[in-house]
Design a protein around this ligand. Structure first.
Ligand SMILES: [Zn+2]
Length: 256
């Protein structure tokens, strides 16, 4: 089995006591790549450290959209400058998140600032010619429109755990962008419909570890649990699990 996790946070505290063992267990289970997405200033440095230490961890750097809004302009541009100088496989985790909606403490300026930050990351991905791993929550249309009006990473855009509506999924697929499917596809019909809609060539897998475990009795997620996503994709696409894991590994190699 070849397992690829293009969106995980192994730098989070949930792994601080046993990360070495987790990495060993995951390697044994067939995990070949974990793209660790940074979410902020401290996280980005930790991601680079982990990538140096563990060969299967590849660094992606970014700032979680909600966190961007809380940073000063100066802090933000200092971090963009830092990221621009690093050797990374992708920009992520970045995007838009309107979960706080209109009752956020920042008013209209909230969305405007978040969009400005996302724009910076889009042009950074363009400059560095690396793929962009995108988070969008309650902001799907804005995200798609911003990405359509630019061309980061030569079109290598991956929507992470996308939960938007069917016509937006179609628009993403028509643009040729990738859809990264989390383990919880084993229980969420909305994600199963995306797998049905998407050609195999546009599918990738992820965990968002430590979040979104596919097992009700195991709270902390791990990249090896992607086997649940592979099983579900195989069932929907009427292929066998080994085949699916190889196809997704090939997609990973082509995109990154
Ligand atoms: Zn994430």
């Amino acid at each position: 089995m070849l397992i690829v996790d293009i969106h995980a946070h192994m730098d989070f505290d949930e792994y601080k006591d046993d990360l070495d063992k987790v990495i060993e267990d995951n390697k044994k289970a067939g995990v070949r790549v974990i793209i660790n997405n940074g979410v902020g200033v401290k996280s980005n440095r930790r991601v680079l450290e982990l990538a140096k230490k563990h060969d299967i961890i590849k660094p992606a750097l970014g700032i979680y959209p909600v966190q961007c809004v809380e940073m000063s302009e100066e802090e933000f541009s200092r971090e963009i400058d830092f990221i621009s100088k690093q050797d990374i496989v992708a920009i992520g985790e970045v995007g838009l998140d309107y979960k706080k909606g209109d009752d956020n403490p920042y008013g209209d300026a909230y969305k405007r600032k978040m969009k400005r930050c996302f724009e910076e990351f889009i042009s950074l991905a363009e400059k560095k010619s690396v793929p962009l791993i995108v988070h969008s929550r309650k902001a799907e249309l804005d995200v798609i429109e911003m990405l359509e009006s630019s061309n980061p990473g030569e079109g290598r855009i991956i929507m992470h755990c996308f939960m938007g509506r069917k016509h937006l999924v179609k628009r993403i697929l028509d643009n040729g962008w990738g859809m990264s499917i989390p383990c919880i596809v084993n229980k969420l019909q909305q994600l199963q419909l995306i797998v049905e809609q998407a050609p195999m060539e546009q599918l990738l897998t992820e965990t968002d570890s430590p979040y979104l475990s596919p097992y009700p009795d195991t709270k902390r997620n791990e990249p090896r649990f992607i086997v649940e996503a592979l099983k579900k994709i195989a069932e929907i696409k009427k292929l066998n699990v080994e085949e699916v894991s190889k196809m997704i590994y090939m997609n990973y190699q082509r995109i990154f």
